[in-house]
Design a protein. Structure first.
Lengths: 121, 211
């Protein structure tokens, strides 16, 4: 089934939120495993996000212009004796998309509240 | 089983799966995905070691992450393949004379298939049932092989040229009495496949996220 343009999946929202939160905490770039670990801790999940789900979502966000990425400098990776990381960051479009995705949810919630009516004892 | 071996096996399984589903993708895209998963696996093992997590649990989580993401991997692979194909089609847009030549070549290559079909339905009264059953499908198959070769010569030149050459050699052997026509025609068809493949050599899909 084809998704509506601009519609973000929960995993994509979680990635954008994590990216923005990390930046506010002083971490300018994030990489796949870091975002998986952050989402796990945040959502109190039992497992880290599956590889396929995570990297497909990152790829889609990048293709949509909501994320950008670059490969880490090999010298930096060599200094820490680890593989090179693919570093991502949330773009201005990503921040706007997240804000937009969050607004309708709140609107719906406030619109639905009066319809529920009083709870009868 | 040694717990450390379990982690190594889990990592090997994930790497094999990544190697499998990235087969056929552009080299840069394939390499980028493999490097990214390798990095993820390395980070996970490092964190597990730091947290003193039991190796069997780490191995189970690595396998679970791979298995739970397989459907996404497959859909990503399909989409990546399609976008690369679209991109190639745009970049490999051929000039009109070449396209006309290829269409003409396909029409010529369809001739053995048409003759084979006629033989199969018994239009050639000289052949008995066994000969019809043998030569009819054989000529159809040769025609199909040549057409497939011509069609593939743009994206897979070596395979395409090979199929065209094989098909034309086969039809020349089968119709040896018409060698004066089949051999030059075969050479022309092979040349078309060759020049078609040569004309598109070096075109690479874009947006592969080079590492």
């Amino acid at each position: 089934m084809r998704r509506k343009p601009g519609h973000l999946l929960p995993i994509e929202l979680a990635i954008l939120e994590t990216g923005i939160r990390l930046r506010m905490e002083g971490v300018a770039h994030f990489y796949g495993f870091l975002v998986a670990r952050e989402i796990k801790e945040r959502q109190d999940a039992r497992l880290l996000t599956a590889h396929g789900t995570l990297y497909k979502a990152l790829d889609r966000l990048q293709r949509s212009g909501l994320l950008e990425s670059e490969w880490e400098d090999p010298i930096v990776a060599a200094q820490y004796s680890r593989p090179r990381r693919r570093l991502y960051w949330v773009t201005a479009a990503g921040e706007a998309a997240l804000a937009k995705a969050r607004v309708p949810v709140r609107k719906d919630a406030t619109q639905r509240r009066p319809q529920t009516g009083p709870v009868t004892p | 089983m040694n717990p450390a071996v379990a982690v190594a096996l889990a990592v090997g399984m994930v790497r094999s799966w990544v190697a499998l589903y990235t087969l056929g993708l552009a080299a840069e895209l394939r390499r980028a995905r493999r490097l990214e998963i390798d990095c993820d696996l390395w980070e996970q093992r490092q964190l597990a070691g730091y947290m003193r997590e039991p190796p069997l649990r780490t191995a189970a989580e690595i396998v679970a992450r791979a298995v739970l993401g397989m459907l996404s991997d497959i859909t990503w692979r399909v989409q990546a393949g399609l976008s690369a194909h679209t991109d190639r089609s745009l970049r490999m847009n051929e000039p009109l004379p070449m396209r006309a030549l290829v269409l003409l070549a396909i029409a010529v290559a369809a001739f053995p298939a048409v003759i084979g079909s006629l033989v199969l339905v018994g239009a050639n009264g000289e052949m008995d049932g066994t000969e019809r059953a043998l030569f009819g499908p054989l000529q159809i198959a040769i025609g199909v092989v040549i057409i497939c070769g011509l069609a593939m010569s743009q994206r897979r030149p070596v395979l395409g040229i090979g199929l065209v050459a094989t098909g034309t050699i086969a039809i020349s052997g089968l119709w040896y009495w018409a060698a004066m026509i089949t051999i030059p025609a075969g050479l022309v068809l092979t040349a078309i496949a060759y020049f078609r493949g040569r004309g598109t050599r070096g075109a690479q899909p874009r947006g592969t996220g080079a590492a």
